[in-house]
Design a protein around this ligand. Sequence first.
Ligand SMILES: Cc1ncc(COP(=O)(O)O)c(C=O)c1O
Length: 486
Amino acid sequence: MGFPVSNNNSSRSDQLLSEIATGSGHGENSSYFDGWKAYDRDPFHAINNPNGVIQLGLAENLLCHDLMEDWLKKNPKASICSAEGVSAFGAIANFQDYHGLPAFRHAIANFMKKVRGGKVEFDPDRIVMSGGATGAQELISFCLADPGDAFLIPTPYYPGFDRDFCWRTRVQLLPVQCKSSNKFRITRAALESAFKQAQQDGIRVKGVLVTNPSNPLGTSMERDTLETLVSFVNEKKIHLVCDEIFAGTVFAKPRFISISEIIEEDPTCDRDLIHVISSLSKDLGLPGFRVGIVYSYNDNVVNCGRKMSSFGLVSSQTQHLLASMLSDEEFITKLLDESRRRLSERHRSFILGLAKMGIRCFESNAGLFCWMDLRPMLKEAVVDRELELWKLIVNDVKLNVSPGASFHCEESGWFRVCFANMDDHTMEVALRRIRSFVYREVAAKAEAKKKRWQAGLRLSLPRRFEEMMMSPHLMSPHSPLVHATG
Ligand SMILES: Cc1ncc(COP(=O)(O)O)c(C=O)c1O
């Protein structure tokens, strides 16, 4: 039997592997992931590397880990790795049923209800496990569509979907363009137009994929938008997948409305079309535990999904621990309340810090990030200018923010900035860096303007940038801008 002989000819070696392995469907060739790489090469550390890159591109929720650590100390029996809990070791280490531990499924169903304000019941028998929401997205895509089929997806959307939903399934995502002038709302007209375009292109549309609350906008969907989506999919007889993994991060009004609530109130909805994705990665800040859930109202999807979940089960040790923690109702209620309070506080101080520099963010009530509006800083509203500015922010200012283009946003100049994955000190350093960057830019523009004026040339600063420079915040007596423009 011969073994493959290694050679240096890359096209020859490419042929040894599958198209999936050699293609770019993983989506990692994007500015979104490039920013992460920049951070990995030179990560900020307050003492060891104070000039390193600060990670503002990772939607992690680290604000309540102390509360969970306290709970673990008080409840050592919950873990099979403690003297108090080790007696369950044999049974748990051996457990491999892909339905999952009954106690875990019950606890998850209860948790989903609690996060949704107790408005809807979830049936533990419909809980299908997977490796994080990443695995859940792929699982649902495999269940609902064939290679070449498409899902419509409103923009801007989470860049990971290009990998999770499409890479190995060969399903495509077709953007439904949403605009800031309409607060990025999903309209019936935009859905119809994307659907029609797909039909003209000979593409079979199998459904719509939405994220509620939105990543990157940080907004929860209004009731009428959800109703529009339900009526659209029912009329077209296609699926609706609602990624609700940020449901527990809603920290301000309006309250979160789940798609489950909408269909409970609508007896005409064909429930076989509705599927919810949930996870503990954002609500509890446990992405390392890889808990992803597909909650489908379609029996066949539940049956098939459960079999598929054997490719990405949540480890029984994790299920065991979480079943115990999530069943402590009093603790979970307090944890969710405190998490919302801390998120709200962090959000408030972060956007206030930006506002003092004249930077506005899209108004939001949820999520672990804000959608920062740097449109006034672009010389031209085009992707190249946005990416130029982004490179400057990553390489010079040493902040990994994510450009709107990586979220398929059709308007240039928006950036997602995560604020819940760091301590207060790091946030202050990040804000200081943004402040000096803005002031430097302002001073440079003012200098250029002065020179042009002296040369008798027409002033050519973009108007919106001038407006930003003249904002009351920037005109504070302590602002370097006063000196820069003076
Ligand atoms: C909307 C959305 N869905 C899914 C995921 C993947 O989450 P998980 O860590 O649970 O795989 C993310 C991660 O950021 C996300 O933002």
